[in-house]
Design a protein around this ligand. Sequence first.
Ligand code: SAM
Ligand code: SF4
Length: 331
Amino acid sequence: MTTSTLDQLGRTLGVLRLSLTARCNLACRYCRPENQDPRTLLTHQQRLKLVGVAARLGCRRLRLTGGEPLLAPDLVPLIQAVKALDLVEEVVLTSNGVLLDRPLARRLQQAGLDRITISLDGADPQAVLRMGGGHSFARVVAAVGHARAVGLPVKINMVVMAHGNGDQVVPMARLCRELGVELRLIEYMDVGNRNGWQPQQVLTAAAMIAQIARRWPLQPVGRQPGATARRWRYGDGGGFVSTIASISEPFCGDCNRLRVTADGVAYTCLFASQGTDLKPALDPRQPDAVLMQQLVSLWRQRRDRYSEERTSRQVNPTPRPSPAEMAYIGG
Ligand code: SAM
Ligand code: SF4
């Protein structure tokens, strides 16, 4: 039975973003991965319990993220077990793709993964190196091919920093058109305190789309309720491109995402300073009703709308008291 619950701003719970580790095998310029004691991680049973209860509260999609979720040894069995529960409509993954070879792509697809988003910040090896992606360009492009070859729908995430990879917007649009995948251009966000975010480093979605539209005509498609991405269709039939404009066009009004860190702390906003420890309620000796009650009460109290407040200048973006880092909270 599904229990629908609304937060203080009338928003439903629709997506659970579960981080599997705060660790990463890359060090992107805009993100700060962390070392994490493996003993603090939620167990397989705890993750399943969380997904089951969140689904009963209305979560229709589970997004597995990190840190780098392909570093989690039990990723494939987790996807298999979640699919066997048959409680969520979609299980999707966000990864940097470095470890995604053909056999792993096949195992993920066979386990029931519905689709994958792969991050890539430049259209050539040097651009990726500049953004902290190391020498991963060829591997990540190959990973896109592996995912598609086994039948996994793919999107590519690119975080754009004006003075980092701002020159890569059109080259990435070209590469993604050639690869036949949708590019999602993400405005550089002030998540956490350690990436040195500055407003001058933000290239707005409108500026990015204007660059692309000068080269290939675009038709606006819009943003689905609850979605992060606003989409455009290439006029020449070359597919879609989208933007995630958390800075210039915040979408707090219908945000339906609950984030849970790899060690079981729930955040009701990506920009939150404080989380709620779910570990005691996730203890297998506790009945599901305890976790259900805690999540219902957390969601009913939720009034976060940080991006909107920042944009209307009610909040100074940096520094804030101990906000969680992106790789910890799960982007
Ligand atoms: N390691 C995986 C990856 O990079 O795809 C998954 C975790 S990562 C934190 C999830 C997404 O958040 C990635 O697409 C990443 O590019 C994005 N991201 C990280 N830091 C960001 C920031 N400061 N602003 C905007 N997006 C960011
Ligand atoms: Fe790692 Fe993803 Fe953060 Fe890059 S964005 S450092 S790949 S967790």
